[in-house]
Design a protein around this ligand. Structure first.
Ligand code: NAD
Ligand code: ZN
Length: 357
């Protein structure tokens, strides 16, 4: 048995208002006169958060457009632009949801590694540490703040740059930053965390390390989406820690059926990660009976609409493309269904499942 030697985030600061410490946190990381570059989610254009960023010297805010999930082309262009303008930078700080944090991680790596980010989509292909990088979530759920990957859509595949150099050097967890997230988005991203927990806890790769984080994260999701009737400050705090713990849980186990099937949707149709997982989870009673029952309860209680019929007009060729992508995610299936997963999740069965979405 080969146990995973898990690389973690170097520093974590947590607390309401922790964002105010950013200047102090960055000061010792500044190299000569090279700037800190802040990637700020475009939602915050003209919002008060933008003016709270502690700019010094040549520091720059780049508003990142996250209408679509990050692409290798976008990462390469951002890295090229920074190299052309500044030569080197002291660090990259991603402030936003999972997409902005992933962009910050990927661009940090591409400031030092040669070639295109597409060359590094896979496992342990990144050879050099990137520049100093910081993650500051403004949405809670994906666990991108703690993970060793950055999910990118490239010319041939949608796959992360998974490596020991990928985790952030610093994260700033300030629950105040998530307070204005729209109800639907907050729910979809929060459900990504809930689904991480179900897939980790019900998977064959489960172990006490993952269980201890997964159970806690699931409890916190329940406090927020099952027990309470109204969102409050405490909910922002609870969901932020759920995201962190859920990310820690899957870091030492794996995700499962919802993620595998959702990757197919996202590859073919561009469906976003969190909503895609919700669309699939809605139909997974057979695999996660208790989790799906509770998921449906949360959808109803929180008055959320989950899209249906998104595969209604697809051709058989398109179904085949999605199934090829999905069935290629072997570790996810093995975690979900065990070593004999191929005899359980046959193409016919998967086709029927896609047909229901
Ligand atoms: P997101 O970053 O894609 O943002 C979704 C929307 O919410 C955007 O329109 C954004 O502008 C807006 N937004 C962000 N913060 C807001 C706020 N406080 N108030 C109002 N609007 C706000 O959303 P997400 O669900 O956090 O992240 C999904 C992304 O994360 C995908 O790209 C997915 O691939 C990635 N992901 C990465 C990992 C990882 O481990 N690296 C894991 C899961 C998902
Ligand atoms: Zn996820």
């Amino acid at each position: 048995m080969q146990f995973k030697n898990l690389k973690l985030v170097d520093y974590v600061v947590y607390g309401r208002g922790a964002f105010n410490q950013l200047d102090e946190i960055l000061a010792p990381r500044r190299k000569d006169s090279f700037p800190m570059i802040f990637f700020l989610d475009h939602f915050f254009i003209g919002k008060p958060l933008a003016s709270r960023i502690p700019l010094r010297g040549k520091d720059k805010i780049i508003y990142v457009d996250v209408t679509f999930e990050p692409k290798t082309k976008q990462v390469d262009a951002l890295a090229a632009e920074l190299k052309a303008e500044f030569g080197e930078v002291s660090g990259i700080i991603g402030i936003g949801g999972g997409s902005t944090m992933d962009l910050a991680k990927a661009v940090s790596l591409m400031m030092t590694n040669p070639g295109s980010s597409a060359d590094y989509q896979g496992w342990d292909l990144v050879k050099l540490p990137g520049v100093f990088k910081v993650g500051i979530p403004t949405l809670s759920g994906t666990g991108a703040e703690v993970s060793r990957t950055t999910v990118l859509t490239g010319p041939v595949r949608k796959l992360g740059m998974n490596s020991d150099f990928t985790p952030f050097n610093q994260i700033v967890l300030d629950p105040e930053l998530t307070k204005n997230a729209p109800t639907n988005q907050r729910f979809y991203t929060g459900m990504d965390c809930y689904i991480h927990c179900v897939e980790s806890l019900d998977g064959t790769f489960i172990n006490e390390f993952s269980r201890s984080y997964g159970e806690k994260a699931m409890d916190l999701c329940r406090k927020v989406f099952v027990e309470k009737d109204k969102w409050d400050e405490e909910s922002d705090e609870q969901l932020m820690m759920a995201s962190y713990a859920g990310g820690m849980s899957i870091a030492y186990s794996q995700v499962g059926v919802a993620h595998a099937v959702s990757y197919g949707l996202s590859f073919l149709l561009g469906t976003k990660h969190c909503i895609g997982n919700c669309i699939v989870m809605n139909h997974l009673e057979e695999f996660y009976p208790a989790g799906v029952k509770e998921f449906k309860f949360m959808v109803e209680k929180n008055n959320i609409e989950i899209p249906t019929g998104i595969c209604a007009n697809l051709t058989e060729d398109q179904f085949d493309t999605m199934m090829d992508v999905t069935l290629g995610m072997k570790p996810l299936w093995e975690n979900a269904l065990g070593k004999d997963w191929e005899t359980i999740m046959t193409r016919e069965k998967l086709r029927a499942l896609y047909g229901k979405l």
